[in-house]
Write a protein of this length. Structure first.
Lengths: 192, 308
């Protein structure tokens, strides 16, 4: 499979040179981003897609994509924002594809969709309970909660990452938090 | 315990596999890399379609080009998969053909009450099959609505869109197909145009691949048999297809009739059933091609499938 890349079009002007003159190559940028963010982004994706194996695939694809888009990003902050967005978007489309497959191709439903099937992923009941509760939330609520409470992003950053208004971020966050608290109340009172 | 602690406790002890080498392999310059086996299969440079789940049971979807003939009977808008707001969006991406880049259509299942916005969002996301691409960065377009029989796309910036006609038509085809219409598209920012004029999903020969697979979706699993469908323009009236195993050996071949016979000027539907019985379990490459295409050059589309 060829790498994801920005389509080369001859009649488009080249991207402007980066202002500071620092010109990371795409390969260097990729390695640094990987070192700094791989684990955290995979864990973010686990909160969204429920299992570790799928999350690794999603985030791997996001890293390949950020490498392909480096010609337009050329900045670590923008690249990280792009990565976060790619992880959320790809996690979402993975879930949607999985849901369609589950609903309409029962014959192809496999154990991987069942909680606990991925031995590497769900090792404790508590973890399973939290991930199950997240999975049952509407997707926007789940995404907002993960970005806000796991990545500690601001409302403005979440608004940018998800392409929704700050007001929407606020309301998804409060509804999602309330739903989680209602479902996991006993767990949250425990000594974690 | 607050939510932040709860989420951290849930995943912070998970140790992901190291995938740096796998990522490096995929990002190594294509010029220095061996082609994957399916690239050379059949000897035709092919654009493979992106991942589409479960289109197999459904039709070829709407055809945005009123001159191109019906893509598939009974579909005059995005195909609703169930009554639960699941919709198969027809979206277009750039892919390579021997005659240069063209648009290839893929169907994406999404759950939405607003298919038009979903289609706009979707074409700003990278397709999952890396052989396809989109030139639109996420966030380029913020909103879409139909105003006075024109699809108006709001761009995030007032800067003019310095993009090729093909790239702009990608948006026009995707949005018009989603509406099941041939409404033109206008790009604006705060009411001011950000691209010249209005673009319609027209002149398909300049923009669309002359052959395209709708089903199977990439890497769909089959056993027994497979229904393949798509559309094409060819003066022979038939669309040759073949199925090759991982060694490139052709294990099945045939040709699908074009619905309505030979066609130079219109994309027409084709459909065939491929017998998979007796094939060993594995991944296969399904290729369709037109050699005398109405656009004057051969073209092909491929899908990998798995036989189980």
């Amino acid at each position: 499979v060829r790498p994801t890349s920005v389509t080369t079009v001859t009649d488009r002007p080249p991207p402007p040179a980066s202002p500071g003159g620092s010109r990371w190559s795409a390969d260097e940028a990729l390695e640094q981003l990987y070192a700094a963010h791989w684990r955290r982004l995979v864990r973010l994706s686990v909160l969204l897609v429920h299992d570790l194996g799928t999350a690794e695939e999603v985030v791997q694809d996001a890293f390949v994509a950020v490498h392909g888009h480096w010609g337009r990003l050329r900045d670590p902050e923008r690249a990280l924002a792009y990565l976060r967005q790619a992880v959320v978007n790809r996690s979402r489309s993975t879930l949607r594809h999985r849901a369609v497959v589950d609903r309409h191709a029962a014959r192809r439903t496999t154990a991987e969709d069942e909680p606990g099937a991925d031995a590497a992923a769900l090792v404790t009941d508590r973890r399973a309970a939290v991930l199950d509760a997240l999975r049952d939330l509407p997707e926007r609520q789940r995404e907002v909660l993960a970005l806000r409470y796991y990545l500690d992003l601001s409302e403005a950053e979440i608004s940018g990452a998800l392409g929704i208004s700050r007001g929407a971020v606020k309301s998804h966050a409060s509804r999602g938090a309330a739903a989680l608290r209602a479902r996991l109340g006993s767990l949250m009172e425990d000594d974690l | 315990v607050n939510l932040s602690d709860l989420l951290h406790d849930t995943v912070d002890d998970l140790e992901p596999e190291d995938r740096l080498d796998a990522i490096r392999t995929r990002t190594t310059s294509a010029a220095h890399r061996a082609r994957p086996w399916w690239w050379a299969a059949g000897g035709v440079v092919a654009a493979t379609a992106a991942t589409v789940v479960l289109v197999a049971a459904l039709g070829a979807g709407p055809d945005p080009d009123p001159t191109a003939g019906s893509g598939h009977e009974g579909h005059d808008g995005p195909t609703e998969v169930t009554g639960d707001h699941w919709t198969l969006l027809p979206t277009y991406y750039l892919g390579d053909t021997p005659g240069g880049q063209r648009l290839f259509r893929e169907f994406v299942p999404v759950q939405t009450d607003d298919p038009l916005q979903a289609a706009l969002d979707r074409i700003q996301e990278a397709p999952e099959d890396p052989d396809y691409s989109t030139p639109w960065e996420s966030g380029t377009f913020v909103d879409v609505s139909v105003v006075d029989s024109v699809i108006e796309v709001e761009t995030a910036s007032a800067q003019p869109l310095r993009m090729t006609a093909l790239e702009l038509e990608q948006v026009a085809y995707s949005l018009a197909a989603t509406l099941g219409s041939d409404l033109p598209v206008r790009f604006v920012h705060d009411g001011e145009p950000t691209a010249a004029g209005e673009l319609g999903p027209v002149a398909w020969k300049n923009f669309l691949s002359p052959v395209n697979i709708s089903d199977p979706a990439e890497l769909t699993a089959y056993s027994g048999s497979m229904i393949a469908r798509g559309r094409a323009a060819t003066t022979t009236g038939r669309v040759p297809w073949e199925l090759a195993d991982e060694s490139g050996t052709v294990v099945r071949s045939g040709s699908a009739p074009l619905d309505g016979g030979p066609s130079r000027d219109h994309l027409r539907a084709w459909e065939t059933t491929v017998d998979l019985s007796g094939l060993s379990v594995g991944t296969y490459l399904f290729t369709v091609r037109v050699d005398d295409s109405a656009t004057g050059h051969p073209s092909a589309d491929t899908r990998r499938i798995s036989v189980s």
